[in-house]
Design a protein. Structure first.
Length: 307
């Protein structure tokens, strides 16, 4: 297949491109900069210049493909304080690409998130399909609404699926939440967790996330929700203790009232208890994670090399 991939030069995308090429697919990668274009060309992909603010280009590229894997999101805008603007851009992009694929039975794989889908139990692929009134206006709720839009494309002849990703997709070169926690521990002199630290985050290795994205494009049924979950729930205290051992600082608890002061914008996230399962995904697509778990990965030195 000729697959159009947004976010192709990003963290997951840079693992997905060789995964797709090894499987015999052609990759057209969206690039908004010369540097991204050069990385994609070096990896063996065809370059499509543009960005998420250009729905006409996205629609044309999607229409000229045999399917789409949409990984890109304006994280720099979202984490800069305007999540609503980033979510709105993403929705327009999804609308444009979905319209271009209508009636074709071609795949459309949308990357989304799974943090906070359920409270007090492990979320499954069946959760989050009917957002509550309390979550609709939240950042997570806005992304979830776009995911539901993507799933609705199944009714207009698109083999759409939603790939829910954990808050940490880890591995060598990770610059996401875990690397930020390492940096915070180094800067603050303590590797913190909130309360007793028994709240849990799901996690997946980058290589496993990329493999599942390929399987989704190849064979996920229309309307599928997929969970890229390797570790079902890693206690935040375990994460803090692993980081503390390698940064050589103590791991210590703090009250919820200090979370924002210590963690910054990550404060609300490090208090969430959000375990998840991927049993439905594994049965549906035969996906089996093979990469290291999060704690095993945290014992490697790559998280602690100051770049």
């Amino acid at each position: 297949m000729r697959l159009f991939v947004t976010g192709a030069s990003g963290w997951i995308g840079s693992a997905l491109v060789p995964e797709l090429l090894r499987a015999g697919h052609e990759v057209v990668g969206l690039a908004r900069s010369d540097a991204s274009a050069e990385r994609l060309e070096a990896a063996g992909a065809v370059v499509e210049r543009g960005d998420l603010d250009d729905p006409d280009t996205l629609g044309r590229a999607a229409g000229n493909s045999d399917g789409v894997i949409h990984l890109a999101f304006q994280h720099e805008v979202a984490f800069g304080g305007d999540f609503g603007a980033a979510a709105a851009v993403d929705r327009r992009a999804v609308e444009a690409m979905g319209a271009a694929l209508a009636g074709s039975d071609r795949p459309f794989v949308l990357a989304s998130g799974l943090l906070g889908l359920s409270a007090g139990r492990a979320s499954t692929e069946n959760d989050g399909l009917v957002p509550s009134a309390a979550t609709r206006a939240s950042p997570a709720g806005r992304r979830a609404a776009t995911a539901l839009l993507a799933l609705s494309f199944a009714g207009s002849g698109v083999r759409s699926s939603v790939l829910r990703l954990p808050p940490t997709v880890h591995g060598d070169g990770d610059e996401g939440f875990i690397s930020r926690l390492v940096g915070i521990a180094r800067d603050r002199g303590v590797s913190g967790y909130v309360g007793d630290g028994t709240n849990r985050w799901p996690a997946v290795h980058r290589s496993d996330a990329a493999h599942l994205a390929r399987l989704a494009a190849e064979s996920a049924p229309a309307g599928s929700v997929l969970h890229a979950v390797g570790d079902g729930g890693v206690p935040l205290r375990d994460i803090a203790e692993a980081i503390g051992r390698h940064v050589h600082v103590p791991a210590d608890s703090m009250p919820p009232g200090r979370a924002h002061e210590h963690f910054g914008f990550l404060g609300p996230l490090v208090m969430v208890d959000s375990p998840a399962t991927a049993e439905i995904t594994r049965q549906l697509l035969g996906w089996e994670p093979t990469g290291p778990g999060l704690i095993e990965d945290l014992e490697a030195e790559h998280y602690y090399c100051q770049r």
